[in-house]
Design a protein around this ligand. Structure first.
Ligand code: NAI
Length: 474
């Protein structure tokens, strides 16, 4: 076995791990990253954020040709989907980005090792990491960062004894790579994946029904904004069964029969070609050998860390989906930077209160900070400003008038407490709100700032002005 000495060894090359590796290299640390898969980038780049966005963009174009081109005076006949080309393009996007991560590793002189990384020994002075592959290797390091991410929660985890066969019963990995457009799909879970992948297939003609165990979807939004989003999805043909619970699944004659309990305790049967499970993700810590070193996890299986992301073992840190908090790539990235800075004795801080949330449906949904319902529950005094995309010139020109912006601000100080957006490119527009809030802006600050015309971003300005009921075009 070879012995090599590093300052930092990172296990897992998703957005948390690889960004952390780059920051470590920038700070002058001799850095290695271990990845069990042949490609770098983790779930996000390979089977998550990136391929799903590629398909969301392709399918949205198809949907627009069928539903809005005519209004623009463009007549397209004989529109067809070449699913294999759509998937090829998606794979090419993934390839270019994962190759890009490898390029960045080389550029920053980060040693990349493929294999399963596990903790081999630990002392106050040094940690040994075993890389298991055809030629096992032991790396000696001062610091180890676990960034192994998460995997899908499976049907058996919620008491449904059915195999995820990729044919009838799917998780997101499969729903990103289907070879044919299914006639029907039941999606279990009305969260981010359910809505995004439900949208992909719905746009291509699949009859999509979403089953959600909770009384509503999108609980990060207030009830009025949730209704705006649900109306948009329902108009697109998606069906929602809220407060419904999956009880049993039977596969018969190439069809899936799902038995579902309604809010009035009746059992209904829904027959579909596919069932997609999108019921959340669980931390992935397999093979790390954490137990042998007494590294503590919480009751949800997430690795416990202190405010500097250090576990109960000195020099062993954890970031991203394996620790508490939202399972989001940008959250993992910020933690990756913060932990590298901490190891270098530099200032590091992640402002979780301003973590943005985005759902890449169409219209897009994005929010940051608190919503109206949360503030009411907290007994805070606040003012609300809203503005509809319908009243914005650019949105009208684009024919993208669905949705609105809502801003909540402290009644006394006018400090912005939260912004939610449903509308075209909400994911991009939210950036202004995050930065404004990070700098402690008031709604007046936002309302008095230049916003180029005609632009979608004027909707944010108008919503800010509307906090004091001074919106111009309302
Ligand atoms: P999620 O936590 O967003 O949603 C899961 C949904 O399933 C919840 O609404 C939950 O109430 C429901 N559910 C759970 N058990 C159920 C049951 N037995 N029957 C019916 N409904 C049930 O999880 P999701 O969508 O699987 O995504 C996993 C993770 O990936 C999330 O943490 C998400 O933030 C992240 N992600 C983020 C994206 C983005 O930022 N755009 C895109 C895709 C995933």
């Amino acid at each position: 076995m070879n012995q090599e000495k590093f300052d930092v060894v990172i296990i897992g090359s998703g957005p948390g791990g690889y960004v952390c590796a780059i920051r470590c290299a920038q700070l002058g640390f001799k850095t290695a990253i271990i990845e069990k898969n042949p490609t770098l980038g983790g779930t996000c780049l390979n089977i998550g954020c990136i391929p799903s966005k590629a398909l969301l963009d392709s399918t949205e174009k198809f949907y627009q040709i069928r539903h809005s081109f005519k209004e623009h005076g463009i007549i397209v006949s004989d529109v067809k989907v070449d699913l294999s080309q759509m998937m090829k393009r998606k794979e090419q996007v993934v390839k270019e980005l994962t190759d890009g991560v490898r390029f960045l590793m080389n550029k920053n002189k980060i040693e990349v090792l493929h294999g399963v990384g596990s903790i081999h020994s630990h002392s106050e002075e040094q940690i040994q990491i075993l890389v298991q592959n055809e030629q096992p290797q032991v790396l000696t390091t001062k610091n180890c960062i676990i960034a192994t991410g998460s995997t899908s929660i499976l049907p058996k985890d919620i008491g449904i004894p059915v195999d995820v066969d990729g044919e009838h019963i799917l998780i997101s990995d499969h729903a990103l790579s289907l070879k044919e457009i299914p006639e029907s799909m039941l999606v279990i879970g009305g969260g981010v994946i359910g809505l995004e992948l439900g949208s992909v297939w719905n746009r291509l003609g699949t009859k999509v029904t979403i089953v959600e165990i909770l009384p509503d979807i999108l609980l990060g939004l207030d009830s009025k904004m949730r209704q705006v989003a649900k109306n948009a999805f329902t108009k697109q043909g998606m069906r929602f069964l809220l407060n419904h619970k999956l009880k049993e699944i039977i596969i018969k004659n190439n069809r899936v029969i799902s038995k579902i309990e309604t809010p009035t305790n009746e059992i209904i049967e829904i027959e579909t070609e596919k069932v997609l499970f999108a019921i959340g993700r669980k931390p992935y810590t397999e093979g790390l050998n954490l137990e042998a070193f007494g590294i503590e996890k919480n009751e949800r299986g997430r690795i416990k860390v202190n405010q500097h992301y250090e576990t109960n073992r000195k020099g062993i840190f954890a970031i991203g989906d394996v620790i508490e908090g939202p399972m989001l790539a940008h959250k993992a990235e910020e933690e990756g930077i913060a932990v590298a800075n901490y190891i270098a004795n530099k200032y590091s801080h992640v402002n979780y209160d301003l973590c943005p949330y985005v759902i890449y449906t169409w219209p897009e949904i994005a929010w940051v900070g608190k919503n109206e319902d949360q503030l009411t529950q907290e007994g805070k005094e606040f003012l609300v400003g809203t503005f509809l995309f319908r009243a914005n010139g650019r949105a009208k020109g684009m024919g993208e008038t669905e949705g609105q912006v809502k801003i909540v601000a402290d009644k006394k100080t006018d400090k912005i407490l939260g912004v939610s957006i449903i509308g075209p490119y909400a994911s991009e527009l939210l950036g202004e709100a995050v930065i404004a809030m990070e700098f402690g802006a008031s709604s007046e600050d936002l309302g008095r700032s230049f916003h180029s015309h005609p632009n979608l971003i004027e909707v944010i300005k108008e919503a800010a002005l509307d906090v004091q009921k001074e919106a111009i075009h309302k």
